[in-house]
Design a protein around this ligand. Structure first.
Ligand code: SAH
Length: 392
């Protein structure tokens, strides 16, 4: 199919922004098939991009700005480049680490595609109809590029594809089928539940921040709030924490954290996990019980319209932590809402600090790790932000 843009609507594409909004489209030639490849022309009829078309406000996700075929060689080359970046960062082909994000959508010039590597298994997720339609070709290229690094490719897109596209959504292996699901991150082991877990089964994006936490853990009493699989808890234990309490409202998460702690530190009585609502737990816990607190909540704002309430949520949550953390304590606080900017998050935390009246200093400003790269032409790809604060 061919898409003709309205006059002037090619400007953002000349700056390599990889999305075309439906309002920029003048006309479409050929059958309008969701997930199909579209050649995009300016109002002057000049070629400008090729991408996947689908119904919705983001109508085209650009795969290439040069007039090239999107074929096996294309997928292979993009995946090779993605792997080279992970090798350069030091997360791939590292004997102490086999957990990393190989493909981060726009950040790897593959909008709509996510691939996480867990040991010998790649978990692939399509966020666009086009990537879903190409899943078999991509899996083939992935197998070629990764070679002996992987034996299995698990495709998980049940929850990430647009509901209205009415695709036969599927979760299943495209290669191999091993149930072995223990992966290693910085020398620590984790069970990854890619089938039932959130996202691809693990929050790969907190790896560097967990490492930093490890260095603050010695002798501390740690509260890991919103623990999910317990990544931060396991690092805190290795870092020499005196005690670690993991809290999540989901009973399944509590099971996961207990299993992951047992995998690394069997019969370690420094750890306990609780299935509790965060706000209730923070309200009820005694003042001064902890001197290292992690707050890593789910995205409070999934869309721009939810922004005001999300900011209030971050303020309320952090205010509770500031009120209760022991003097000299360290707070690791995060937001993974893409709709909340770094500045807005910092203002929400500032407000919380001011409400508590505590003296607070920023020690580190955190973000997503290098295997979640941000395409400089697509600043929307920046989503994870965090602050490490010293509370007097
Ligand atoms: N810190 C985790 C990721 C957190 S994901 C990591 O490093 O892997 C967010 C978690 O918050 C989910 O496990 C979800 O079950 C939990 N959650 C959501 N709402 C909650 C609430 N009100 N109280 C406690 N936990 C909650």
């Amino acid at each position: 199919m061919t898409i003709h843009l309205k006059r002037g609507k090619e400007d953002s594409l000349r700056r390599f922004h990889p999305w075309i909004f439906s309002g920029a489209i003048q006309s479409i030639d050929g059958p309008e098939e969701e997930g199909a490849l579209a050649r995009v022309l300016t109002s002057e009829g000049e070629y400008i991009a090729t991408g996947h078309w689908q119904v919705g406000s983001i109508a085209v996700r650009v795969l290439s700005f040069s007039d090239e075929p999107i074929d096996a060689a294309f997928w292979q080359q993009r995946l090779e480049r993605a792997l080279q970046v992970r090798q350069a960062i030091g997360v791939a082909d590292n004997p102490a680490n086999d957990t990393y994000r190989l493909v981060h959508g726009e950040g790897d010039h593959l909008p709509g595609l996510v691939v996480d590597i867990y040991g010998q298994t790649a978990v692939m997720q399509a966020h666009s109809v086009g990537m879903h339609c190409c899943r078999h070709e991509i899996a083939e290229a992935l197998k070629n590029v990764m070679g002996a690094r992987i034996d299995n490719i698990f495709y998980k897109s049940e929850t990430t594809l647009p509901f209205k596209a009415e695709l036969g959504q599927e979760n299943g292996f495209l290669l191999g089928g091993s149930p072995e699901n223990v992966a290693m991150e910085n020398g620590l082991h984790f069970h990854i539940d890619w089938l039932r877990g959130q996202k691809t089964g693990f929050f790969v994006d907190q790896r560097d921040n967990r490492s930093l936490l490890e260095h603050y853990s010695a002798g501390r009493d740690v509260l890991n709030m919103f623990c999910y699989t317990g990544g931060f808890s396991v690092y805190a234990l290795r870092g020499g924490a005196r005690k670690v309490h993991s809290v999540d409202s989901s009973a399944k998460a509590v099971e996961l954290v207990n299993a992951n702690v047992a995998l690394n530190f069997p019969a370690d009585d420094r750890h306990q996990a609780f299935a509790e609502d965060a706000f209730r737990y923070l309200q009820q816990m005694p003042t001064g019980a902890y001197d290292l607190v992690i707050l890593d909540p789910p995205a409070f704002a999934k869309h721009k319209d939810a922004l005001r309430n999300a900011l209030k949520g971050y303020t309320r949550l952090n205010a509770r932590a500031f009120e209760k953390i022991r003097s000299g304590g360290i707070l690791f606080t995060f937001s993974c809402s893409q709709a909340v900017s770094k500045e807005q998050f910092r203002t929400a935390v500032f407000t919380a600090a001011a409400m508590s009246g505590r003296k607070v200093r920023i020690l580190h400003q955190l973000h997503q790790p290098a295997d979640h790269p941000i395409n400089i032409y697509h600043p929307e790809g920046e989503y994870l932000k965090g602050l490490v604060l010293h509370v007097e």
